[in-house]
Every structure is written in structure tokens, then in C-alpha cells.
Design a protein around this ligand. Structure first.
Ligand SMILES: NC(=O)c1ccc[n+]([C@@H]2O[C@H](COP(=O)([O-])OP(=O)(O)OC[C@H]3O[C@@H](n4cnc5c(N)ncnc54)[C@H](O)[C@@H]3O)[C@@H](O)[C@H]2O)c1
Length: 324
């Protein structure tokens, strides 16, 4: 099996590459080769099979034709710019998040290799007003360019799949918490920051009301969900070309309570309120919870709760040690 990851230098892409390399198999089949692609050359990963790394800009249709010529069996299309950046730079957002997706689909069609394509979509495809629990068949009315680009990408993946050019599935990932590393330009960045920074000995601000509720998943559940999507049968994928990933619904207060329970009151005391009207306006339109019936029916994994997410972050990213 030949696997290509676009966006392999990103947070999810890197973890996914390591996960597949460690397993040596995907969807129950041995991996023969993996091609890791990003705008900057991704780090290689140690693997019991051949791993190539390549710098390519997905806004270049010619580069996508060359990549499709590698004839992958599975493509993970994770390359994108985040919500804040896509909103600030309209042209670049459409070029990377939409036009490149169309060009990728055309390149794969041209290569006639009909791969399983796993496309990372987002909850930003939904807009207000939303019910407290959003059902799978709820209308897509995005309120951001990023959300519109992801929603159109989902339709393209579904239509190229209907025609048999790819066998695609779009997975709307919950907000990933705890995201390791530095804050990014996503409006959701603080949701990871309020756990990550105190655990690293740094103060963290809550820019919204603590009663704000949101839908999150850990990095490892996001990775396992992508792996699961790659392993669905053709019939299962056809039954849900676009679906919302399983997550847990938590308030900011519940997240802080879980941090206090896992790491103690001194660490939780590093969090303070610092209202930011711009972020409050954005998060007011965010979904609070999803039914995620299709993902549940198809056996996608789910986190065991906020405390388990924090414990996993401490074990995986901090080597089990918390800054005093
Ligand atoms: N992290 C989340 O909370 C979350 C939630 C929902 C959906 N997603 C989606 O999941 C995917 C991965 O997210 P992430 O958190 O790893 O993001 P990330 O920003 O860490 O990684 C994205 C990668 O895409 C690459 N990229 C951007 N433009 C490119 C271009 N023109 N050519 C080649 N590569 C390019 C970047 O260099 C980066 O390495 C994205 O599609 C994102 O929209 C993420």
C-alpha cells in the first residue's frame, strides 16, 4: 500500500506519519511506501518501509500532477491555512484551501489510481443559528471564508467520488485540544493555551466567558479517526462522504476544573480572565455539541473525557512531568 500525506509537516500530519510508520500497516494491509509532502520539506520518520519527503506547493497544479503520478492508494489531504489566516488573506485562502483541492482531485483523476482520499474538513462549515446538539443532516451555512472553502471541498470530494475518480471521505475534525507547540492564528488557539501554558509554567488568558461550550478531540483521537477513515470499506465511505468527527462537549470551566483535578490548584491558578470582544464574537457562532451519529455508527473512536485528554498531553508531550 502506498500512502501520501499532504501537509505532513503540520501538527496533525507529522503525528499521523509517525503513527503509520510505527504501525507499519494501514487498514490491515502492510504499508509499502509513504510520501510526505509539505510546502517545506517534512521531517523524515523512522519506518520499516520506504519514506520519501518532498517540498511542494499545492497551489501549483503541475506539482499536484507530479505527486498524483506517484499513484498513491491512500491520500491524506491535510494541507491548508487556518481560519484566521484564510479570513485575513482572502485570495490565499481560496488558492490553498479550495483551488488546490480541486486541482488535487483533477490530478488524481488524471493518474487514474482511484485512491481512498481522506480530506480534513472543519466544524466551520456550520453557521448560526445552531441547535444545542447539531444533527448530521444540518444545513451547511459557513460564516467564514475558511468554512466556505472546506464546505465546497466536501462537495468536490463527494462528486469526484460519485464519478469513481477517487473514493473520498471528508472528516470534520473537532477542535484539537491540547495542541502542542506555540499558539497559532486560529481563533480557537486559546482552548489549547489554557491547558498547555499553565502546564509549561506560563500564565494563560481566557478571552471568552467560562460558560462557553465547545466540541473538542485530542490529537491522538484525531489521528486515530483519520486512520479509521482510511480503513472504511467502499460501501461505508459511500454511506457518509462527509461526516462530523466524534468529540466531547465541554465548557471552558469544565476544562479548567479538569486541569485543577489532574495538575493541582497552583497550576490552574495560572489562568486568568481577559475578555477579548473579537474572539467572543467569533466563538458565539461555534457549535456546542454534535450528534455525530454517522461517525458513531461507523465505529470512529472518541476521547474518554477532559481529564484523560490532559493526562495524555502530559504523558506524550511533557514526558510525564509538569513544570512546578
Ligand atoms: N487542528 C485543528 O483543530 C483542526 C480542526 C479542524 C480541521 N483541521 C484541519 O486539519 C488539517 C491539518 O491541521 P493542522 O492543525 O495540522 O494544521 P497545520 O497548520 O499544523 O498544518 C497544515 C500544513 O499545511 C501546509 N500547507 C499550507 N499551505 C500549503 C501549500 N500551499 N502547499 C503545501 N503545504 C501547505 C503547512 O505548511 C502545514 O504544515 C487542516 O486541513 C485543517 O484545516 C484542523
Amino acid at each position: 500500500m502506498r500512502i501520501m500525506i499532504l501537509g505532513a509537516a503540520g501538527m496533525i500530519g507529522r503525528k499521523l506519519a509517525l503513527r503509520i510508520a510505527e504501525a507499519g500497516t494501514l487498514a490491515g494491509k502492510p504499508v509499502g511506501a509513504m510520501l510526505l509532502v509539505d510546502r517545506i520539506t517534512p521531517q523524515p520518520v523512522p519506518a520499516p518501509f520506504s519514506v520519501e519527503t518532498k517540498a511542494a506547493d499545492i497551489t501549483d497544479p503541475g506539482a499536484l500532477v507530479a505527486l498524483a503520478g506517484w499513484r498513491p492508494d491512500v491520500v491524506f489531504h491535510l494541507a491548508a491555512i487556518v481560519s484566521g489566516e484564510a479570513e485575513a488573506d482572502f485570495e490565499r485562502g481560496y488558492a490553498v484551501n479550495l483551488d488546490a483541492t480541486r486541482h488535487l482531485l483533477d490530478a488524481l483523476k488524471g493518474a487514474d489510481c482511484r485512491p481512498r482520499l481522506v480530506f480534513t474538513s472543519s466544524l466551520a462549515v456550520y453557521g448560526v443559528p445552531l441547535p444545542d446538539v447539531v444533527p448530521d443532516d444540518f444545513n451547511l451555512t459557513p460564516r467564514s471564508s475558511y468554512g466556505a472553502q472546506k464546505a465546497i471541498g466536501e462537495l468536490l470530494v463527494a462528486d469526484y467520488s460519485r464519478k469513481g475518480y477517487v473514493d473520498g471521505i471528508s472528516l470534520r475534525l473537532p477542535t484539537i485540544v491540547v495542541r502542542p507547540g506555540a499558539p497559532n492564528r486560529a481563533a480557537s488557539s486559546f482552548l489549547s493555551g489554557i491547558i498547555r501554558e499553565p502546564l509549561n509554567g506560563i500564565a494563560a488568558a481566557v478571552p471568552v466567558k467560562r460558560s462557553m461550550r465547545t466540541w473538542i478531540a485530542s490529537p491522538s483521537i484525531a489521528i486515530e479517526s483519520l486512520v479509521h477513515a482510511a480503513g472504511l470499506t467502499a460501501e461505508q465511505a459511500a454511506s457518509a462522504r462527509a461526516l462530523t468527527g466524534r468529540g466531547i462537549s465541554v465548557t471552558v470551566e469544565e476544562m479548567i476544573d479538569a486541569l485543577r483535578a489532574v495538575a493541582g490548584p497552583t497550576i490552574a491558578a495560572r489562568i486568568h480572565d481577559e475578555p477579548d470582544p473579537a474572539i467572543e464574537r467569533i466563538v458565539a457562532s461555534w457549535p456546542q455539541a454534535f450528534a455525530a451519529d454517522a461517525a458513531t455508527r461507523l465505529g470512529f473512536p472518541v476521547d474518554g473525557g477532559m481529564k484523560a485528554i490532559i493526562e495524555a498531553y502530559i504523558a506524550e508531550e511533557l514526558g510525564g512531568t509538569i513544570a512546578a
